[in-house]
Design a protein around this ligand. Structure first.
Ligand SMILES: [Cu+2]
Length: 239
């Protein structure tokens, strides 16, 4: 059961999905017990005849202790699993296989690949400078594409050139602010080959809806090949 969530196509996204699934299952169990008790007591202890007065008593210590400690234990459990998952998702590797600088701007995305940790020699992918209301599918060539190697950990260094934007890839179960003056760093380890949609999630102006991009996960060999080819063609273009 996915409960409307994405199973996730990165190692981090799968962790998020497990948390989502676990919390919903726990929620359904608690909800089920609560609804069953409400139904049971309203049927069993209904007013059977007009002059009926039920047994009167003041308090019930064992039940009060149970209904105080049980919710506390549930909250502690939810808190524990949330912190564990957040730490897994936010963990950054000291040896990522690639570093991609992502800059959000009105109205588009810039992806520059370090490739050997040298931005000037890396690969630059940008949205076209002239914004138009295109409303095309995410994977359209009009929008920039973030290529990632399958099974390798890639560091994303995210910032904004102007206002607050949101970097969101639904199937990665991941969203983060792109803020001017702030750098957010996180890792993706894609597990599944495919093309996934991305979108700005902060309303940032007229062409906000055009801040689309796609994320394509390919084999490491294909990724290296793409990197080399694009690097060469960009170097020739600049010369
Ligand atoms: Cu935006």
């Amino acid at each position: 059961m996915t409960f409307g969530g994405f199973r996730g196509v990165t190692v981090q996204a799968k962790d998020e999905f497990k948390l989502w699934q676990g919390m919903l299952i726990a929620g359904f169990i608690v909800g089920g017990i609560v609804y069953a008790l409400i139904f049971w007591s309203s049927v069993m202890y209904r007013r059977r005849h007009a002059d009926y007065i039920p047994h009167q008593f003041h308090s019930n210590k064992p039940i009060e202790i149970i209904y105080t400690t049980l919710p506390i234990l549930i909250i502690v459990g939810i808190f524990y699993f949330t912190v564990v998952t957040e730490n897994e998702v936010d963990a950054v590797s000291s040896t990522p296989s690639e570093i991609v600088h992502v800059v959000a701007y009105r109205w588009g995305w810039q992806f520059s690949y370090d490739s050997g940790y040298n931005v000037s020699q890396g690969v630059l992918i940008k949205t076209a400078a002239e914004p138009k209301l295109l409303a095309l599918p995410f994977a359209s060539n009009e929008y920039p594409r973030l290529l990632l190697p399958q099974g390798e950990t890639v560091r994303i260094v995210l910032t904004s050139a102007d206002t607050i934007h949101g970097f969101y890839v639904p199937e990665f179960n991941f969203s983060r602010y792109a803020q001017p003056g702030v750098t957010n760093e996180f890792d993706f380890t894609p597990t599944t080959i495919g093309t996934y949609s991305g979108q700005c999630t902060q309303y940032c102006g007229l062409y906000h809806s055009e801040m689309r991009f796609s994320v394509q996960v390919v084999t490491p060999a294909k990724f290296q090949q793409w990197l080399t080819t694009t690097q060469t063609s960009q170097a020739q273009g600049a010369a």
